[in-house]
Design a protein around this ligand. Structure first.
Ligand SMILES: Nc1ncnc2c1ncn2[C@@H]1O[C@H](COP(=O)(O)OP(=O)(O)OP(=O)(O)O)[C@@H](O)[C@H]1O
Ligand SMILES: [Mg+2]
Length: 371
């Protein structure tokens, strides 16, 4: 009974914010195919992230020139910014095959041993969500990364023996949205770490123009500019919004992605001029009206808007923080003056947060993490 009630409530709640999924930077399973089709295949076709791209280019070219496997590569950053895309590009640039697996798929050291022992020389091993790997496997991985060796345990109990197995040189490309959760010894085995940051609207416009071409969508430059400005600095969201505007243009418009179709589609999906949607506005509203501007914990905020903590933390919060609507403080989330004004409210006197407390990073998952 109580279970049925809970699931009813959940269904109703997520329904409230269903349209917000258009701005969710996390990938949906049914998007994988279209996403794969839109991925740039080489570094030269990868717009934005110039720093990481140039650094990666150097590392890969140098390794190729030496005819050796490059250092292990860690790619970190929020969802939808191109970590998987870059991992594929690394293999393509090295002209090597790529083996793909992910942290959640490696629940035992044996799972990893099976993958490692079947790698060919120079192969790229892509470990997505590497922070979600089992502890025992992490240890095996960092030894393998350093010495190209694994100890395979044969037998059980007192009779168990470790047989060292030499591995050919290979390159691990790890991807993580939470580099703070990686144990230091593992993090240290990566010779190169690329941190991806949100994209500038100009870069998103380049990505959108390219995607429009691949999707055979006729899109105006002005429309692309509007979409780029509301995509939260995230290519995955930009590409998704483009597809929704294309749908609108096809059903209600001329088939062409122009500014009118863009505005109508964005309105239909509740995306405002600043790239905020209903969930974002609900979070700000709860923070200001219900909790007088905070600080308040993320779990409390999530309950107030009827969403999962994780959704509020990974979907809504990063952008709200980045745009300066929310301030992360050691005591919880607080509303900035911008949040009050965006809701058309006046901030009560004395709710300002001292600037010294405004600097907690988003990817702060260490022991000092706050709720
Ligand atoms: N620089 C870019 N240029 C063009 N398209 C991009 C770029 N970065 C990402 N994309 C597109 O955005 C989508 C998401 O990218 P990708 O899957 O690489 O993100 P991710 O960082 O791996 O996300 P997650 O953390 O969810 O795994 C893909 O369709 C990809 O084509
Ligand atoms: Mg990915």
């Amino acid at each position: 009974m109580s279970k049925g009630y809970a699931s009813e409530v959940r269904e109703g709640d997520s329904g409230d914010f269903e349209s917000s999924r258009v701005l969710d930077a996390r990938g949906e399973a049914d998007e994988q195919q279209v996403e794969a089709a839109l991925r740039p295949k080489r570094l030269a076709d990868f717009p934005g992230q110039t720093r990481v791209r140039d650094q990666l280019d150097l590392v890969l070219q140098a390794a190729k020139g030496r005819g050796a496997a490059p250092d292990h590569i860690l790619l970190s950053g929020p969802p939808g910014l191109g970590k998987t895309t870059l991992a594929m590009i690394v293999a393509a640039e090295l002209e090597r095959p790529i083996r793909v697996t992910s942290g959640p798929a490696i629940q035992h050291a044996g799972d990893l041993a099976a993958v490692l022992s079947s790698l060919d020389e120079g192969e790229v091993l892509f470990l997505d969500e590497i922070h979600r790997m089992a502890r025992a496997a992490e240890e095996m991985l960092y030894l393998a990364m350093e010495d190209f060796r694994v100890d395979v345990i044969v037998g059980k109990g007192a009779g168990a023996t470790a047989i060292p197995l030499e591995l050919p040189p290979f390159t691990v490309v790890g991807a993580t949205t939470r580099s703070g959760l990686l144990p230091a010894p593992l993090r240290d085995r990566f010779g190169f770490t690329g941190h991806l940051d949100f994209y500038a609207p100009e870069d998103l416009a380049l990505i959108l123009a390219r995607s429009a071409g691949l999707l055979k969508v006729d899109a105006d430059a002005a429309a692309i500019e509007v979409i780029a400005g509301r995509s939260r600095g995230t290519p995955r969201i930009a590409n998704r919004l483009l597809r929704r505007v294309r749908d609108w243009a096809q059903v209600h418009g001329s088939g062409r992605v122009d500014v009118a179709a863009t505005q109508a589609a964005l309105e239909l999906f509740d995306v405002d001029e600043l790239g905020l949607d209903r969930l974002d506005r609900a979070v700000l509203d709860a923070l200001c009206r219900r909790y007088a501007g905070g600080p308040v914990g993320i779990a409390t905020l999530a309950v107030a808007v009827g969403e999962e903590s994780d959704t509020v933390e990974t979907v809504a919060e990063p952008y709200l923080v980045r745009q300066g609507f929310i301030i992360r403080t050691p005591r919880g989330r607080a509303a900035s003056p911008l949040a009050w004004s965006h809701l058309g409210l006046t901030a009560p006197a004395g709710t300002g947060i001292p600037p010294a407390q405004q600097t907690l990073p988003l990817d702060d998952s260490g022991p000092g993490r706050f709720a």
